[in-house]
Design a binder for this molecule. Structure first.
Ligand SMILES: NC(=O)c1ccc[n+]([C@@H]2O[C@H](COP(=O)([O-])OP(=O)(O)OC[C@H]3O[C@@H](n4cnc5c(N)ncnc54)[C@H](O)[C@@H]3O)[C@@H](O)[C@H]2O)c1
Ligand SMILES: N[C@H](CO)Cc1c[nH]c[nH+]1
Ligand SMILES: [Zn+2]
Length: 432
């Protein structure tokens, strides 16, 4: 029997129970924070030696130095060349679709010229060097290699440094092949907080990057939060989440499997189903019981569903949308007969999967949009990983002699108001 929580939005204790459901991860945080802080400080102080120590400990390796933790380009290329034809075709098709989607995100600079000849504009430039975190603790993620690297390439980033843990020394051929296909420059088989630290501070072997992107477990998410400021980060992309809103028309087995699809990532993953049809929640609960024993990762799924999963009965679809906006999930599935009209009511989600045929898993691999998405409610203020994460903007200002007369008087007046006379004088010197 899977002990998944049952909530009802009309119950008096609903707000408190929803809050508790969403606060689960922060309850775990204290221990993780302390561990991560210690690892970051140690890698900063001891560099490669500390990275090797933590990698040996957490990934069960016994390497003597960092040289053993970098993969040569020839090994990446050989992995790509050695793929079975069907896998290679799937990887290439996914890569092509991801590239097509992301090319639409590329922003160009612009300028405009005022009547007096003053030119204003914005220059867009790619980042020089980025670190791509590809998770690898409990599963291998070739799809995350593509999702990280392709938007960086589209943006024109000069150098891509990828890190990926290989627990027990097991390298995943598809991960290596994806790195070759996407044009990653260097790959280190390191992970967790120690990999984030190496990229953020730099070590003798791992070059310091300008920004670290990519998803990972709670240790990775915590480490990224902590190094922000020394390097840029994309977002907090932690344990996976799915929230399904269903009207009862979709086969309950489909929805149960959609909930499993994110629960199987991690014991800390979150799967929530909301429906105005209480009898349908019972049907999905029965599907969960029936299907769980058939799943190879049944224990991870069960733990995730019991930890952070929930079946929520609501009054109607408006109620369902309001709760989804409070949760701000990474993935939001609308398993409804007529889903389109509800999209406009949903403001906070990493990605919305519209209609019963759009399983979230298609977005994970090959639909085209990025699967690196904000988690833990951060979809309230963050966006999917995209080309814009690898581009930055610089303002351009070229004031003509005539423009200096108009703007100089305004600046001088405002500088006087701020009590900053050097500002005023520097503008006034340029007045005719
Ligand atoms: N949001 C997204 O876009 C997205 C995409 C893909 C995957 N994910 C999530 O990424 C996560 C991947 O997690 P994972 O564990 O498989 O791989 P991971 O690479 O994120 O983490 C593995 C590393 O965690 C560190 N670690 C593990 N236990 C530790 C401990 N007790 N103390 C210190 N460090 C420890 C180790 O260094 C290990 O190498 C999952 O939660 C999955 O749901 C999210
Ligand atoms: N669902 C993950 C993002 O939360 C991405 C992924 C990769 N492979 C399978 N799933
Ligand atoms: Zn997934």
């Amino acid at each position: 029997m899977v002990n998944i929580k049952r909530l009802d939005s009309r119950a008096a204790d609903f707000d408190a129970r929803l809050k508790a459901l969403l606060a689960f991860e922060s309850a775990q945080d204290e221990g993780i924070e302390a561990t991560v802080a210690a690892i970051l400080a140690d890698v900063k102080a001891r560099g490669d030696v500390a990275v090797v120590d933590y990698t040996n400990r957490f990934d069960r390796l016994a390497v003597a130095g960092m040289a053993a933790l970098e993969l040569p380009q020839a090994e990446l290329r050989a992995a790509l060349d050695g793929l079975p034809a069907e896998r290679r075709a799937a990887l290439e098709t996914a890569a092509a679709r991801i590239r097509t989607f992301h090319e639409k995100q590329k922003a160009d600079g612009w300028t405009y010229t005022e009547a007096d000849g003053t030119v204003l504009g914005q220059m867009v430039t790619p980042l020089d060097r980025v670190g791509l975190y590809v998770p690898g603790g409990k599963a291998a993620y070739p799809s995350s290699v593509l999702m990280n690297a392709i938007p960086a390439k589209v943006a024109g980033v000069k150098e891509l440094i990828m890190v990926v843990p290989t627990p027990g020394g097991e390298k995943n051929a598809l991960v290596l092949a994806a790195a070759a296909l996407a044009g990653v420059d260097r790959v280190f088989t390191i992970g967790g907080a120690q990999a984030v630290a190496a990229l953020a501070f730099g070590t003798a072997s791992v070059p310091q990057v300008d920004k670290i992107v990519g998803p990972g477990n709670a240790y990775v998410a915590c480490a990224k939060r902590r190094v922000f400021g020394i390097v840029g980060i994309d977002m907090v992309a932690g344990p996976s989440e799915i929230l399904v809103i269903a009207d009862g028309s979709t086969d309950p087995d489909w929805v149960a499997m959609d909930l499993f699809s994110q629960a199987e990532h991690d014991e800390l993953a979150q799967s929530i189903l909301i429906s105005p049809d209480a009898a349908y929640l019972d049907k999905v609960a029965a599907s969960i019981e029936k299907l769980l024993p058939t799943m190879p990762r049944a224990e991870v799924i069960r733990t995730a569903l019991e930890n952070r999963g929930a079946l929520i009965a609501v009054a109607d679809m408006d109620d369902a949308c309001a709760i989804a906006n409070r949760v701000a999930p990474e993935h939001l599935e609308l398993s409804l007969v007529d889903a389109d009209p509800w999209v406009a009511k949903l403001h906070h989600a990493g990605a919305i999967f519209i209609g019963p045929y759009t399983s979230e898993s298609l977005g994970d691999y090959c639909a085209g949009p990025n699967h690196v998405l904000p988690t833990s409610g951060s979809a309230r203020f963050s966006s999917p990983l995209g080309v814009y994460d690898f581009q930055k903007r610089t303002s351009l200002i070229k004031v003509s002699r005539a423009g200096a007369q108009t703007l100089g008087r305004i600046a001088s007046t405002l500088a006087g108001g701020e009590g900053l006379p050097a500002h005023a004088k520097s503008a006034e010197y340029r007045l005719d």
